[in-house]
Design a protein around this ligand. Structure first.
Ligand SMILES: Nc1nc2c(ncn2[C@@H]2O[C@H](COP(=O)(O)OP(=O)(O)O)[C@@H](O)[C@H]2O)c(=O)[nH]1
Ligand SMILES: [Mg+2]
Length: 321
Protein backbone atom coordinates (compact mmCIF):
# COMPACT_ATOMS: atom_id res chain seq x y z
CA UNK A 1 0.00 0.00 0.00
CA UNK A 2 2.42 2.56 1.34
CA UNK A 3 4.88 2.55 -1.50
CA UNK A 4 2.40 3.25 -4.28
CA UNK A 5 -0.02 5.58 -2.54
CA UNK A 6 2.79 8.03 -1.93
CA UNK A 7 3.87 7.87 -5.53
CA UNK A 8 0.71 8.76 -7.40
CA UNK A 9 -0.61 11.74 -5.50
CA UNK A 10 -1.51 13.95 -8.45
CA UNK A 11 -4.77 13.17 -10.22
CA UNK A 12 -3.11 12.97 -13.63
CA UNK A 13 -0.50 10.54 -12.39
CA UNK A 14 -3.12 8.45 -10.65
CA UNK A 15 -5.19 8.17 -13.83
CA UNK A 16 -2.20 7.21 -15.91
CA UNK A 17 -1.10 4.59 -13.39
CA UNK A 18 -4.60 3.20 -13.52
CA UNK A 19 -4.23 2.68 -17.27
CA UNK A 20 -1.17 0.56 -16.64
CA UNK A 21 -3.01 -1.33 -13.95
CA UNK A 22 -5.94 -2.14 -16.26
CA UNK A 23 -3.73 -2.86 -19.26
CA UNK A 24 -1.41 -5.19 -17.38
CA UNK A 25 -4.09 -7.20 -15.66
CA UNK A 26 -3.17 -10.43 -17.44
CA UNK A 27 0.40 -10.35 -16.26
CA UNK A 28 -0.70 -9.60 -12.74
CA UNK A 29 -3.33 -12.29 -12.65
CA UNK A 30 -1.24 -14.99 -14.20
CA UNK A 31 2.03 -14.32 -12.51
CA UNK A 32 2.24 -11.67 -9.89
CA UNK A 33 -0.84 -12.62 -7.93
CA UNK A 34 0.81 -15.95 -7.27
CA UNK A 35 3.39 -13.99 -5.33
CA UNK A 36 0.64 -13.22 -2.85
CA UNK A 37 0.17 -16.93 -2.17
CA UNK A 38 3.88 -17.63 -2.00
CA UNK A 39 4.51 -14.74 0.34
CA UNK A 40 1.50 -15.16 2.57
CA UNK A 41 2.01 -14.44 6.20
CA UNK A 42 3.40 -17.40 8.11
CA UNK A 43 5.17 -19.02 5.14
CA UNK A 44 8.71 -20.01 5.93
CA UNK A 45 11.55 -18.47 4.02
CA UNK A 46 13.79 -21.16 2.57
CA UNK A 47 15.56 -22.13 -0.63
CA UNK A 48 12.36 -23.55 -2.10
CA UNK A 49 10.65 -20.23 -1.67
CA UNK A 50 13.42 -18.33 -3.42
CA UNK A 51 13.33 -20.82 -6.27
CA UNK A 52 9.60 -20.41 -6.66
CA UNK A 53 9.93 -16.63 -6.74
CA UNK A 54 12.64 -17.00 -9.36
CA UNK A 55 10.40 -19.22 -11.47
CA UNK A 56 7.50 -16.78 -11.30
CA UNK A 57 9.61 -13.86 -12.46
CA UNK A 58 11.14 -15.86 -15.26
CA UNK A 59 7.62 -16.88 -16.34
CA UNK A 60 6.81 -13.18 -16.58
CA UNK A 61 9.75 -12.85 -19.00
CA UNK A 62 11.65 -10.42 -16.84
CA UNK A 63 14.95 -11.69 -18.18
CA UNK A 64 17.09 -14.35 -16.54
CA UNK A 65 19.99 -12.12 -15.49
CA UNK A 66 17.63 -9.58 -13.98
CA UNK A 67 15.77 -12.25 -12.06
CA UNK A 68 18.88 -13.93 -10.71
CA UNK A 69 20.26 -10.61 -9.49
CA UNK A 70 16.98 -9.67 -7.92
CA UNK A 71 16.54 -12.96 -6.08
CA UNK A 72 20.16 -12.94 -4.92
CA UNK A 73 19.55 -9.53 -3.48
CA UNK A 74 16.50 -10.90 -1.67
CA UNK A 75 18.51 -13.76 -0.17
CA UNK A 76 21.14 -11.32 0.99
CA UNK A 77 18.62 -8.93 2.52
CA UNK A 78 16.88 -11.76 4.35
CA UNK A 79 20.19 -12.91 5.77
CA UNK A 80 21.43 -9.47 6.76
CA UNK A 81 18.20 -8.31 8.33
CA UNK A 82 17.35 -11.72 9.73
CA UNK A 83 13.88 -11.60 8.20
CA UNK A 84 11.60 -14.47 9.22
CA UNK A 85 8.24 -13.51 7.81
CA UNK A 86 7.70 -14.14 4.10
CA UNK A 87 5.13 -11.38 3.87
CA UNK A 88 7.68 -8.66 4.48
CA UNK A 89 9.50 -9.79 1.36
CA UNK A 90 6.77 -8.20 -0.75
CA UNK A 91 7.79 -4.67 0.08
CA UNK A 92 11.46 -5.53 -0.21
CA UNK A 93 10.92 -6.84 -3.73
CA UNK A 94 9.05 -3.76 -4.87
CA UNK A 95 11.54 -1.42 -3.22
CA UNK A 96 14.34 -3.23 -4.97
CA UNK A 97 12.56 -2.89 -8.32
CA UNK A 98 12.36 0.85 -7.80
CA UNK A 99 15.96 1.09 -6.73
CA UNK A 100 17.10 -0.91 -9.69
CA UNK A 101 15.13 0.80 -12.45
CA UNK A 102 13.87 4.24 -11.50
CA UNK A 103 16.20 6.95 -12.69
CA UNK A 104 18.26 4.54 -14.77
CA UNK A 105 18.59 4.61 -18.51
CA UNK A 106 16.16 1.74 -19.02
CA UNK A 107 13.70 4.53 -19.71
CA UNK A 108 14.18 7.43 -22.04
CA UNK A 109 10.77 8.50 -23.16
CA UNK A 110 11.85 11.67 -24.89
CA UNK A 111 11.12 11.58 -28.58
CA UNK A 112 13.72 13.55 -30.43
CA UNK A 113 11.42 15.90 -32.37
CA UNK A 114 12.88 19.33 -31.82
CA UNK A 115 14.14 19.91 -35.38
CA UNK A 116 12.00 21.92 -37.82
CA UNK A 117 11.18 18.71 -39.70
CA UNK A 118 11.61 15.34 -37.98
CA UNK A 119 11.35 11.81 -39.28
CA UNK A 120 10.37 8.92 -37.05
CA UNK A 121 10.94 5.58 -38.73
CA UNK A 122 8.99 2.55 -37.49
CA UNK A 123 10.53 -0.87 -38.08
CA UNK A 124 9.63 -4.39 -37.00
CA UNK A 125 8.28 -7.69 -38.34
CA UNK A 126 4.75 -8.12 -39.70
CA UNK A 127 1.87 -8.03 -37.28
CA UNK A 128 3.67 -6.48 -34.32
CA UNK A 129 1.59 -3.32 -34.51
CA UNK A 130 3.67 -0.83 -36.53
CA UNK A 131 0.77 0.68 -38.45
CA UNK A 132 -1.48 0.90 -35.40
CA UNK A 133 1.35 2.44 -33.38
CA UNK A 134 1.88 5.10 -36.04
CA UNK A 135 -1.79 6.01 -35.73
CA UNK A 136 -1.47 6.24 -31.96
CA UNK A 137 1.69 8.33 -32.12
CA UNK A 138 0.08 10.64 -34.70
CA UNK A 139 -2.87 11.14 -32.37
CA UNK A 140 -0.58 11.83 -29.42
CA UNK A 141 1.67 14.28 -31.26
CA UNK A 142 -1.30 16.14 -32.70
CA UNK A 143 -2.65 16.55 -29.19
CA UNK A 144 0.76 18.03 -28.35
CA UNK A 145 0.22 20.55 -31.15
CA UNK A 146 2.45 19.04 -33.85
CA UNK A 147 1.61 18.87 -37.52
CA UNK A 148 1.95 15.24 -38.52
CA UNK A 149 2.28 13.43 -41.84
CA UNK A 150 2.10 9.66 -42.20
CA UNK A 151 4.09 8.00 -44.98
CA UNK A 152 3.01 4.65 -46.38
CA UNK A 153 6.46 3.07 -46.60
CA UNK A 154 5.15 -0.49 -46.49
CA UNK A 155 4.69 -0.83 -50.23
CA UNK A 156 5.15 -4.57 -50.06
CA UNK A 157 2.17 -6.01 -48.20
CA UNK A 158 -1.17 -5.84 -49.99
CA UNK A 159 -3.53 -3.56 -48.11
CA UNK A 160 -0.85 -1.90 -46.02
CA UNK A 161 -1.22 1.47 -47.78
CA UNK A 162 -5.01 1.47 -47.44
CA UNK A 163 -4.79 0.51 -43.79
CA UNK A 164 -2.54 3.47 -43.01
CA UNK A 165 -4.66 5.85 -45.09
CA UNK A 166 -7.77 4.87 -43.12
CA UNK A 167 -5.91 5.62 -39.89
CA UNK A 168 -4.76 9.00 -41.20
CA UNK A 169 -8.37 9.90 -41.99
CA UNK A 170 -9.53 8.80 -38.55
CA UNK A 171 -6.76 10.68 -36.77
CA UNK A 172 -7.05 13.64 -39.14
CA UNK A 173 -3.43 14.05 -40.23
CA UNK A 174 -1.63 14.37 -43.57
CA UNK A 175 -0.92 11.24 -45.54
CA UNK A 176 1.57 10.44 -48.30
CA UNK A 177 1.51 7.40 -50.56
CA UNK A 178 2.82 6.07 -53.84
CA UNK A 179 1.74 3.00 -55.75
CA UNK A 180 1.89 -0.48 -54.25
CA UNK A 181 5.27 -2.01 -55.07
CA UNK A 182 7.13 1.32 -55.24
CA UNK A 183 10.66 1.47 -53.88
CA UNK A 184 10.26 2.51 -50.21
CA UNK A 185 13.25 4.86 -50.48
CA UNK A 186 11.65 6.76 -53.34
CA UNK A 187 8.44 7.00 -51.31
CA UNK A 188 10.44 8.54 -48.46
CA UNK A 189 12.20 10.96 -50.80
CA UNK A 190 8.98 12.22 -52.37
CA UNK A 191 7.26 12.32 -48.98
CA UNK A 192 9.97 14.55 -47.54
CA UNK A 193 9.88 16.89 -50.55
CA UNK A 194 6.14 17.18 -50.08
CA UNK A 195 6.38 17.62 -46.30
CA UNK A 196 8.75 20.55 -46.79
CA UNK A 197 6.01 22.45 -48.59
CA UNK A 198 3.37 21.67 -45.97
CA UNK A 199 4.94 22.96 -42.77
CA UNK A 200 5.03 19.47 -41.32
CA UNK A 201 6.70 19.00 -37.92
CA UNK A 202 6.88 15.22 -37.77
CA UNK A 203 6.87 12.54 -40.45
CA UNK A 204 5.83 9.09 -39.24
CA UNK A 205 7.16 6.52 -41.68
CA UNK A 206 5.77 3.00 -41.93
CA UNK A 207 8.01 0.25 -43.30
CA UNK A 208 7.56 -3.33 -44.48
CA UNK A 209 8.55 -5.93 -41.93
CA UNK A 210 10.48 -8.57 -43.75
CA UNK A 211 12.80 -10.49 -41.50
CA UNK A 212 13.04 -13.59 -43.66
CA UNK A 213 15.97 -12.19 -45.52
CA UNK A 214 18.33 -10.29 -43.28
CA UNK A 215 20.50 -9.17 -46.16
CA UNK A 216 17.61 -7.52 -48.00
CA UNK A 217 16.21 -5.99 -44.85
CA UNK A 218 19.57 -4.49 -44.07
CA UNK A 219 19.98 -3.10 -47.59
CA UNK A 220 16.48 -1.68 -47.65
CA UNK A 221 16.73 -0.06 -44.24
CA UNK A 222 20.14 1.42 -44.88
CA UNK A 223 18.97 2.82 -48.20
CA UNK A 224 15.95 4.38 -46.51
CA UNK A 225 18.22 5.85 -43.83
CA UNK A 226 20.58 7.23 -46.45
CA UNK A 227 17.83 8.90 -48.46
CA UNK A 228 16.21 10.42 -45.38
CA UNK A 229 19.56 11.61 -44.04
CA UNK A 230 20.44 13.26 -47.33
CA UNK A 231 17.18 15.19 -47.41
CA UNK A 232 17.15 16.30 -43.78
CA UNK A 233 20.29 16.67 -41.72
CA UNK A 234 20.20 14.46 -38.64
CA UNK A 235 17.18 12.50 -39.80
CA UNK A 236 15.72 10.04 -39.09
CA UNK A 237 15.61 11.49 -35.58
CA UNK A 238 14.24 8.21 -34.28
CA UNK A 239 14.30 4.66 -35.53
CA UNK A 240 11.79 2.88 -33.36
CA UNK A 241 11.57 -0.89 -33.22
CA UNK A 242 8.02 -2.04 -32.66
CA UNK A 243 7.85 -5.27 -30.66
CA UNK A 244 4.87 -7.41 -29.76
CA UNK A 245 5.00 -8.18 -26.03
CA UNK A 246 3.00 -11.36 -26.51
CA UNK A 247 5.89 -12.95 -28.42
CA UNK A 248 8.07 -12.94 -25.31
CA UNK A 249 11.64 -14.06 -25.80
CA UNK A 250 11.08 -14.25 -29.55
CA UNK A 251 10.63 -10.50 -29.42
CA UNK A 252 13.98 -10.21 -27.72
CA UNK A 253 15.63 -12.13 -30.54
CA UNK A 254 13.89 -9.93 -33.15
CA UNK A 255 15.24 -6.93 -31.30
CA UNK A 256 18.76 -8.32 -31.49
CA UNK A 257 18.46 -8.91 -35.23
CA UNK A 258 17.13 -5.44 -35.98
CA UNK A 259 19.73 -3.91 -33.74
CA UNK A 260 22.37 -5.54 -35.91
CA UNK A 261 21.00 -4.33 -39.25
CA UNK A 262 20.10 -0.79 -38.25
CA UNK A 263 20.70 1.74 -35.50
CA UNK A 264 17.71 1.71 -33.17
CA UNK A 265 16.94 4.64 -30.91
CA UNK A 266 14.10 3.07 -28.98
CA UNK A 267 11.50 0.35 -28.66
CA UNK A 268 7.73 0.58 -28.70
CA UNK A 269 6.33 -2.41 -26.85
CA UNK A 270 2.83 -3.23 -28.08
CA UNK A 271 0.05 -5.52 -26.81
CA UNK A 272 1.15 -5.38 -23.21
CA UNK A 273 -2.56 -5.77 -22.49
CA UNK A 274 -2.62 -9.13 -24.26
CA UNK A 275 0.14 -10.97 -22.46
CA UNK A 276 0.88 -12.64 -19.15
CA UNK A 277 4.55 -12.02 -19.80
CA UNK A 278 4.55 -8.30 -19.19
CA UNK A 279 7.96 -8.37 -17.54
CA UNK A 280 9.48 -8.23 -21.01
CA UNK A 281 10.16 -4.49 -20.87
CA UNK A 282 12.91 -5.21 -18.36
CA UNK A 283 14.46 -7.96 -20.47
CA UNK A 284 14.70 -5.78 -23.58
CA UNK A 285 16.96 -3.22 -22.02
CA UNK A 286 18.98 -5.99 -20.43
CA UNK A 287 19.56 -7.80 -23.70
CA UNK A 288 19.85 -5.08 -26.35
CA UNK A 289 20.54 -1.90 -24.43
CA UNK A 290 17.87 0.14 -26.21
CA UNK A 291 15.31 1.95 -24.05
CA UNK A 292 11.60 1.24 -24.21
CA UNK A 293 10.08 4.60 -25.14
CA UNK A 294 6.41 3.80 -25.44
CA UNK A 295 3.98 1.00 -24.70
CA UNK A 296 0.73 -0.09 -26.31
CA UNK A 297 -2.07 -1.10 -23.99
CA UNK A 298 -4.90 -1.72 -26.45
CA UNK A 299 -6.17 -1.26 -29.99
CA UNK A 300 -7.56 2.29 -29.97
CA UNK A 301 -5.57 5.45 -30.69
CA UNK A 302 -5.70 6.38 -27.02
CA UNK A 303 -4.03 3.15 -25.89
CA UNK A 304 -0.45 4.37 -26.09
CA UNK A 305 1.62 5.72 -23.23
CA UNK A 306 5.10 7.09 -22.89
CA UNK A 307 6.83 4.38 -20.91
CA UNK A 308 6.94 5.22 -17.23
CA UNK A 309 8.91 2.82 -15.09
CA UNK A 310 7.12 3.67 -11.84
CA UNK A 311 3.72 3.15 -13.37
CA UNK A 312 4.96 -0.02 -14.98
CA UNK A 313 6.13 -1.43 -11.65
CA UNK A 314 2.73 -0.48 -10.29
CA UNK A 315 1.14 -2.42 -13.17
CA UNK A 316 3.14 -5.47 -12.16
CA UNK A 317 2.89 -5.34 -8.37
CA UNK A 318 -0.20 -3.33 -7.47
CA UNK A 319 -2.04 -6.39 -6.14
CA UNK A 320 0.94 -7.56 -4.14
CA UNK A 321 1.75 -4.60 -1.93
N1 LIG B 1 -4.42 -5.61 -27.85
C1 LIG B 1 -3.60 -4.85 -28.60
N2 LIG B 1 -3.58 -5.03 -29.94
C2 LIG B 1 -2.74 -4.27 -30.67
C3 LIG B 1 -1.88 -3.31 -30.08
N3 LIG B 1 -1.15 -2.73 -31.07
C4 LIG B 1 -1.55 -3.31 -32.24
N4 LIG B 1 -2.51 -4.24 -32.00
C5 LIG B 1 -3.19 -5.11 -33.00
O1 LIG B 1 -2.23 -5.89 -33.68
C6 LIG B 1 -2.68 -6.19 -35.00
C7 LIG B 1 -1.57 -5.91 -36.02
O2 LIG B 1 -1.32 -4.51 -36.05
P1 LIG B 1 -0.68 -3.76 -37.30
O3 LIG B 1 -0.55 -2.34 -36.87
O4 LIG B 1 -1.42 -4.02 -38.53
O5 LIG B 1 0.77 -4.45 -37.37
P2 LIG B 1 1.95 -4.25 -38.45
O6 LIG B 1 1.87 -5.41 -39.38
O7 LIG B 1 3.22 -4.28 -37.66
O8 LIG B 1 1.73 -2.94 -39.11
C8 LIG B 1 -3.94 -5.36 -35.21
O9 LIG B 1 -5.05 -6.18 -35.06
C9 LIG B 1 -3.86 -4.33 -34.09
O10 LIG B 1 -5.14 -3.88 -33.68
C10 LIG B 1 -1.91 -3.17 -28.63
O11 LIG B 1 -1.19 -2.38 -28.00
N5 LIG B 1 -2.80 -3.97 -27.96
MG1 LIG C 1 1.57 -2.49 -41.15
Amino acid sequence: MGIFSNLFKSKKRKEKAQKYKIGMEKTRQNVFNQLNDLLASGQTIDDDLFEEIEELFIMADMGVDTVIQLVNHLRETVRLKDIKDAESLKEIIVEEMFKRYVGTDIVDTNLNIEAPLNVLLFVGVNGVGKTTTIAKVAHLLQKEGKKVMMVAGDTFRAGAIDQLRVWSERVGCLFFEKAHGSDPSSVMYDAIEHAKTQDVDVILADTAGRLQNKENLMKELSKIHRVIGREIEGAPQETLLVLDATTGQNGVSQAKTFNKVTTLSGVVLTKLDGTAKGGIALAIKESIGVPVKMIGLGETVDDLEYFDIEEYIYGLFSDVV
